[in-house]
Each structure stands twice: as structure tokens, then as C-alpha cells.
Design a protein around this ligand. Structure first.
Ligand SMILES: Nc1nc2c(ncn2[C@@H]2O[C@H](COP(=O)(O)OP(=O)(O)OP(=O)(O)O)[C@@H](O)[C@H]2O)c(=O)[nH]1
Length: 493
């Protein structure tokens, strides 16, 4: 018979197993979280860096090249027209002939404007200072007129070509993108400035188109860093030397024909690609705000949520698997393998609780010790396997006749112990008689056989404050008497 310390040790072992299980699950959780977080964060930083490098070294230069090609396509024709006008022999001859008939040059400028669909076409004479326009002779320019300063600045410069954005002399309400070309006679003497102009709104529309097409900010600066051309939505200052962030790299931008930069505008990081456009003598600036971080941050969150979901699934699977195996181990430790009844070890733990309850409530309790009669003969006659089936059959029979609250366990080889809580000895004897007579009349049916089986039962009533061992001993003595008095009977202690 097992003593109380053994059962206490069973309970402790159970506690220990649960503790280890929790520790294992916590450890796996930490490992999974650490692993997933580390891989997600590493991927985040690597992707962020790779994307930034990609934008700086591929996307932005490609955009800049594309925009440059588009500028050449969209604006260079205007430059070429001005250049052709400056080489025109009719124009040179007309000037050299003393600018006789102004209608001729006006007609010429008108046909240029109409044919090439420019906004304006003009010629300013170096000798007469007349401003000829497609609509007539507009005025005589004067060095002191601020509006005419462009001409004298251009005449004094060494450049043959100058582009500027200025108020249209023919229509003061309009700003034009002027392409001015110097015109020389056949001996290289300076004759004046000739060229065409496009409405700056057309040029702005072009820039906005580039911006929308490439989702970048596009603008032009002249050699001094002044914003020469920009889209309508440009919100920066007039010179890059005054722009926060940009001012620090302004000199580098203006002294290099092209480059890639990164600068900080407020809390945003901006990628910048610059390139000199020799035909305009301007720099093209293409900017992109670094949004890689926020895009990749979203991916990081998705990754982490996925990782969390996977961690939870893995933990659930681990919990279920461990619980299943724990349940199986518990069954192995607490159940009798042959009959499926509780085994003797676990039964005694329950007995302690039941006896305590009976003591507290002052309730009666009966113990029945059941033994199959002449079981050795059954084994000898039918073999051990049939013997096993008889034990199982008796166990099922007994279990089937008990209440939900009654307890039964396999006590030994062919012995069963039954506890009947809240049961007087009279009721216990009645129940024992029912079991003994029931099995005798019913026997045990196994496939192909009917075996007549009888049982002997010892019955004893629990005495308050009595130990479980004392109760078992008395019940055992009653059973012994049932055996010695002829078997197949119920004897009360
Ligand atoms: N088949 C089988 N036999 C078992 C098992 N456990 C014990 N036995 C056998 O059961 C027999 C019990 O024999 P005994 O203790 O002499 O008792 P008995 O033959 O039933 O005689 P009484 O109890 O005096 O009526 C022994 O031969 C054991 O080997 C078991 O799990 N399976």
C-alpha cells in the first residue's frame, strides 16, 4: 500500500512539470520574438539603405537624364530658331542696308513667330537701338530704362546666347522665357540681339509636367544660384544660398557640372541631383524627398505583425502538443492501462480529500474491496489474454453500476477498491450485494465466449478521523473473511 508522502510527491511532480512547461513556453516566446525582431530590423535597415542608394545612384540620375532629354526636345528648338535667325543673311543685309524699311523686318519676325508658334519674336539693333517686334517697332531702348537692362548686359557679355525670364516688352502683363542670340555682320561686327520668346507659363507647364511625370521637384537655377525657372507650386526661396539645408551645399552645386547630394529640409531628408545644361547655361535641379523610410517602416510593421501572428500560432501549437503529451503522461501515471480505471497511486490522493470532506461534513462513507473468485483457474483454463479481458469486463461492469460520485480503482491484480461517499453501511451492503449478484447472473461476455464469474466483496464503514490505511485494512479483513467463508458473497467488517 502507498503512503501519503508518495502522493504528495506525485502532486509536486505535477507542479514541477507545469512550471517547466511555462518556462519552456516563455523561453520559446522570447527566442521567437528576438529572432523575428532581429531579422525584421536587419531587413528594415538593409532595405532602407539599399533603397536610398538606389534612389541616389539610379532613380534620380535617370530622372535627371530623362528630364534633360525632354528639355532638349521641348526647349532646344527655341534656341535653334534664335540661332538660325542670328545667321539669317536677309536680316544681316537689312541691318547693313541701314534698317531702311521696318515693315520688312517686322514681316520677317511675324512669319517666324507664326511659323514656329512662339509667343514673341524680336530684334534689337545695336546701332539704332530700335526694338523691332512681330507687331511693329515697339520702342527705342535706353540704357537707363531698367526694363532694357537685359540688352546692355547681354551686349557687354562674351556670350553669344543668353536666356532670361523677363517681362514681355510687347505685353507688360506677360512674363516670357527669352532666348537672345547675338547677331554679327559678315566681318564679325556686332549688329544687335535677335531671338524668340515663349510665354513663361508654357515653360512652367512643361516643368510641372516633368514634375508630375516623374513625381520629383524640378527647377532651374542660373550660375549665381537664382531660381531661374520653376513650377507654380515651388515654395522655396529665390536663391539656393538662402535655402535652409541647400545653402550649405550651394557652392558645391554651382561649381560642379553635376552631382548627387543629400540635404536636410526641416525634418525631411532630400535627395538632390544637379546637372549643368550648357545650352541654357543653367543648372537643372531634381529633388526627391526621402520617403523610403516611411514605406519600409510600413513593411516593417507588416513583418512584425506577421511575426507576432506566427509566434502566437507556434506557441499555440507548442502548448497544444505539450498539453496533449502531458495529458498522455498523466493518464499513464494515473490510469490503469488494462482497465482504464484510476490506478492505485492516484486513487489514494483522492481518498485523502474524500475522507477529509466526509470528516468535515460528518457524512458516512463506505469502502468495498472486490476480488474475482478463483481467477487463477480462469487464467489457467482460458489463458492470460482471456484473463485480462475478464478483468476488464468486471471493471466495466462495476463502473457501470456506480454513481458519478463513487470512486473505483484497480487495487491489485484482480482486485478493485470502491469508495461510496455519502453512503451508510446498509446502503453500501445493498450496493455490494447488487454487484455480487449482478456479476454472477450476468457473467462476462468476450468474443466467442461466455465466462461465469463470481466476486467476493469486503465492506466497511468509515469511522471519523480514521486513517485511510486503517479503513483499507478493515475492508481487506472483511474480504478475507468473504473468501474464507466460501467466496461469492458480501461480508461486512
Ligand atoms: N490475466 C491476468 N492475470 C493476473 C493479472 N494480475 C494477477 N493475475 C493473476 O491472478 C491470479 C490471482 O490468483 P490468486 O491470488 O491465487 O487468487 P484466485 O485464484 O483468484 O483465488 P481466490 O482469490 O482465493 O479466489 C494469479 O494467478 C495472478 O497471476 C492480470 O493483470 N492479468
Amino acid at each position: 500500500m502507498l503512503s501519503l508522502p508518495v502522493f504528495r510527491s506525485l502532486q509536486l511532480r505535477n507542479c514541477d512539470v507545469n512550471h517547466r512547461k511555462t518556462r519552456f513556453i516563455v523561453l520559446v516566446t522570447l527566442l521567437l520574438i528576438a529572432g523575428f525582431s532581429a531579422t525584421s530590423l536587419i531587413s528594415y535597415f538593409v532595405a532602407n539603405h539599399a533603397l536610398q542608394v538606389h534612389i541616389r545612384s539610379n532613380t534620380l540620375p535617370l530622372t535627371s537624364d530623362n528630364i534633360y532629354s525632354e528639355i532638349q526636345r521641348d526647349m532646344l528648338p527655341t534656341i535653334i530658331i534664335s540661332s538660325l535667325m542670328a545667321q539669317d543673311t536677309f536680316v544681316k543685309a537689312w541691318i547693313l542696308m541701314g534698317e531702311q524699311d521696318s515693315k520688312q523686318i517686322v514681316q520677317y519676325l511675324k512669319s517666324i513667330q507664326e511659323h514656329y508658334k512662339t509667343t514673341t519674336a524680336f530684334f534689337v539693333s545695336a546701332s539704332s537701338h530700335y526694338y523691332y517686334h512681330s507687331s511693329g517697332v515697339l520702342k527705342q531702348i535706353k540704357a537707363e530704362d531698367p526694363q532694357d537692362k537685359w540688352y546692355f548686359r547681354f551686349s557687354d557679355s562674351h556670350d553669344n546666347l543668353a536666356i532670361n525670364v523677363d517681362i514681355d516688352t510687347a505685353d507688360m502683363s506677360r512674363t516670357n522665357f527669352f532666348v537672345n542670340h547675338k547677331i554679327h555682320d559678315f566681318d564679325g561686327r556686332y549688329l544687335g540681339a535677335i531671338g524668340v520668346g515663349l510665354s513663361s507659363s508654357i515653360v512652367q507647364e512643361m516643368i510641372e509636367l516633368y514634375q508630375t511625370r516623374y513625381s520629383r521637384q524640378v527647377y532651374f537655377i542660373d550660375q549665381s544660384g537664382n531660381i531661374a525657372l520653376r513650377g507654380n507650386y515651388y515654395q522655396g526661396v529665390d536663391n539656393i544660398r538662402q535655402a535652409p539645408g541647400l545653402s550649405a551645399i550651394a557652392t558645391r552645386i554651382l561649381t560642379s557640372p553635376g552631382g548627387s547630394y543629400t540635404y536636410q529640409r526641416g525634418d525631411q531628408e532630400v535627395f538632390l541631383k544637379t546637372r549643368l545644361i550648357p545650352e541654357l547655361n543653367w543648372f537643372l535641379l531634381v529633388e526627391q524627398i526621402d520617403q523610403t523610410e516611411s514605406q519600409i517602416q510600413n513593411t516593417l510593421w507588416v513583418n512584425l505583425i506577421f511575426s507576432l501572428a506566427i509566434t502566437l500560432i507556434v506557441l499555440m501549437l507548442i502548448h497544444l502538443t505539450i498539453s496533449k503529451y502531458q495529458q498522455r503522461l498523466e493518464n499513464m501515471a494515473t490510469k490503469d492501462k488494462l482497465t482504464g480505471l484510476d490506478n492505485r497511486q492516484i486513487f489514494e490522493t483522492r481518498i485523502t480529500q474524500i475522507l477529509r470532506l466526509a470528516n468535515r461534513r460528518r457524512e458516512s462513507l463506505c469502502a468495498l474491496l472486490v476480488d474475482i473468485d478463483y481467477f487463477k483457474q480462469i487464467n489457467d483454463q482460458f489463458g492470460h489474454l482471456i484473463g485480462d479481458q475478464v478483468i476488464t469486463g468486471v471493471a466495466h461492469f462495476l463502473k457501470g453500476k456506480l454513481r458519478q460520485s463513487d470512486l473505483i480503482c484497480r487495487w491489485g491484480g484482480e482486485e478493485f477498491l470502491i469508495l461510496l461517499p455519502a453512503c451508510s453501511v446498509e446502503q453500501g451492503l445493498l450496493q455490494a450485494a447488487k454487484l455480487q449478484q449482478g456479476i454472477e447472473s450476468q457473467g462476462i461476455d468476450i468474443p466467442g465466449k461466455h465466462i461465469v464469474v463470481t466476486i467476493s466483496i469486503g465492506v466497511s464503514e468509515y469511522i471519523y478521523n480514521e486513517s485511510a490505511t486503517a479503513l483499507f485494512q478493515r475492508t481487506d479483513q472483511a474480504l478475507y473473511r468473504a473468501k474464507t467463508e466460501g467466496r461469492n458473497r458480501v461480508i461486512q467488517y
